[in-house]
Design a protein around this ligand. Sequence first.
Ligand code: 0X9
Ligand code: ZN
Length: 296
Amino acid sequence: RMDWMSYHRLDDIYGYLNYLADTYPNIVQLINIGASYENRTLYVVRISNSSKPDTQPAVWIDGGFHAREWITHALATYIIQQLVEEPANAKLLFNIDWYIMPVVNPDGYEYSHVINRLWRRSRSNTGSRRCQGVDLNRNFDFKWGGPGSSNNPCADTFKGSKAFSEPEAVAYSKFIKSKSNQIKLYLSLHSYGQLILLPWGYEREYPSDYNETLALANLAASKFRAFSYRVGTTVDLLYRASGNSADWAKSIGIKYVYTVELPIRGFVLPASFILPVSKDFFPALDVLASKISTIP
Ligand code: 0X9
Ligand code: ZN
């Protein structure tokens, strides 16, 4: 049905999500949260074995903000498969609801398969004749338009015409907001760099609970074996990125917010890396999830 030996097109990924929802209706729900600019469905997968939905802490994981970062779509679907079908991971469903959105930017993802492998942004009409699409990770309504985002519709970091100009960012933020009391851990998957990034990303500033969130990130980082990850804020380790989704998630009160830059160097990662990267991720995910399952 699905494998992690190659990168898959959107139809295959969505077909797999539907298969899981049909096959395991007691624990998997496919939630349609809206449509992309080109009218593709935006799906969140809910995985829970609770009889009382929405009463326990939740984890949010997304992949595919940036079209060309194919390892993120692959890892997100791998996590879904492991949580649903691998009995050894049953403990991860104990006390936790999982919300996983493997393809935040489906229009860009298809474009990166068919037209331009290095496409990053969405595919909306920006008003520019030559350049389409917005950097969805600069389109969020927290410090929107600040340093590290661009006014230029042809730039990789184009922020859009206004905060939440993009239907993908709107659907995403509405859904997370509706669960924001439940979601205690937020992971946004990107590539590349082998980094666990903490807010803030808009400026060299630190949230008041920075040390606490840093300690958990360091513990998670210590669990990787095949690849090593560095931990720090987006600004300290990379650059400023105003209007990014993780800062927005932190701003609405989610406690543990991390952007993970997956291995290695370059956006085009051979498919032979999917399984090593994904298997290496699980012990860290275990540590992160265990922490929040103890929050009352
Ligand atoms: O620039 C970005 O959006 C991310 N790097 S990438 O190479 N994947 O494009 C980094 C953003 C990290 N910042 C936060 N989301 N906090
Ligand atoms: Zn990215």
